[in-house]
Ligand binder design. Sequence first.
Ligand code: ZN
Length: 144
Amino acid sequence: MSGAEKTIPLREGLWTEKGHDGQPHLLGHRCLDCGEVFFPRKENGICTHCHSQNLELIELSRKGQVHAFSVVMLRPPGGYYRGDVPYALANVLLDEGVLVEGLVTDVNLDDIKVGMDMELKIDKLHEDDEGNTVMTYKFRPSAA
Ligand SMILES: [Zn+2]
């Protein structure tokens, strides 16, 4: 390795490192006409609910509750997932009413429950072939 390894996001534009409160926030779109909230944001800028193009970029709440989850015991085929197994994937219902699927971290997998309070954490996903640290958004149990 050349020493030029970087820390890079899984995908640009999914979150901001420093939101209005200095904390990381996921970035979504809110439709100004019907109020629907989307994550990730609509790349084509069109609300799939009412077809409005009147979308505003918003910082989503860092907090939510587990709506559903599954524990994955085996490494998925295809090589796109390089993290630890088993791992948990949860659908977290954020305060805006939008469901976000993400990895769960900092918890014993047996302790995850529907309705559990979660908060956002930007965390390492894996290292890519160039030695870069790829970051993604995850959810961890929230104290509040
Ligand atoms: Zn709309």
